[in-house]
Design a protein around this ligand. Structure first.
Ligand code: SAM
Length: 224
């Protein structure tokens, strides 16, 4: 096996790996592949195959996070943390109150790739191209549970536990800095997606998606 380009550079220059060291390659197929470094040259690294086995880090519970685009690099931060937490997919959307109306998807996908490598995942979460809020609604019926995190739900909404029950997969929906418009709230509640509270305090959007994903994955046994 010959590694070249950025993977060779990462190994030789960033990690400063040596001949004889073992490396684990994860080609996004759910398995880890162990190699020994046999030689380096200016532009490539040569590896010898040792063994491969199933990667045990992937969660069984499949969580997809629908995240409204956020200002600056906050969406990138959320993608990085959601990847570490074990989220299956991130689906950014543009809604009535999103300030940032577009995003460089390759930047988000690079954040997912780097985070997956750093935390030892076998699968890199998919990061979809941003779509409009209305376009995400037809997708929601495919999930066992939809956790519609609504900032106005405290006191009258549901809890995460009540919505998750015996789900095997779920979608978490988090709005932008400006929250959800009334039109968006009724578009979800009129289809039976109950508003869920994340507690008494109003969280920043990136906090809501990261903390919401952590609570859901913990609740579904992924932190045992
Ligand atoms: N502009 C809104 C306001 O002042 O009420 C706050 C929106 S909050 C910054 C961004 C998103 O995080 C919300 O749309 C919601 O999805 C989620 N969120 C934040 N705090 C929440 C809470 N306590 N309960 C449920 N969702 C929350």
């Amino acid at each position: 096996m010959i590694l070249s380009g950025s993977e060779h550079k990462h190994l030789a220059e960033v990690l400063r790996a040596r001949v004889g060291e073992k490396v684990i390659l994860c080609p996004n197929d759910g398995r880890d592949y162990v190699y020994t470094i046999t030689s380096f040259d200016k532009t490539s690294t040569t590896l010898e195959y040792i063994e491969d086995y199933p990667n045990e880090t992937e969660p069984k519970f499949e969580l997809t996070v629908y995240a409204a685009l956020l200002k600056g690099d906050k969406t990138e931060l959320a993608v990085q943390k959601l990847t570490e937490l074990g989220v299956k997919s991130v689906r950014p959307f543009i809604s009535d109150y999103t300030v940032q109306k577009s995003e460089k998807s390759d930047r988000l996908r690079r954040a997912a790739l780097e985070a997956a490598k750093q935390c030892g995942r076998a699968i890199i979460p998919t990061v979809a191209e941003p779509v409009t809020f209305s376009e995400i609604i037809p997708e929601l019926s495919k999930y066992d549970a939809v956790v519609f995190a609504y900032e106005g739900a405290y006191g009258s909404g549901y809890t995460i536990e009540e919505v998750l029950r015996k789900a095997n997969n779920a979608a978490l929906i988090v709005g932008p800095e400006g929250g959800f418009s009334e039109r968006e709230v009724s578009a979800l509640t009129s289809r039976g997606y109950n508003p869920v509270t994340l507690g008494k305090r109003i969280l920043r959007a990136e906090t809501a998606s990261i903390a919401g994903a952590a609570v859901i994955l913990h609740m579904m046994g992924e932190w045992k």
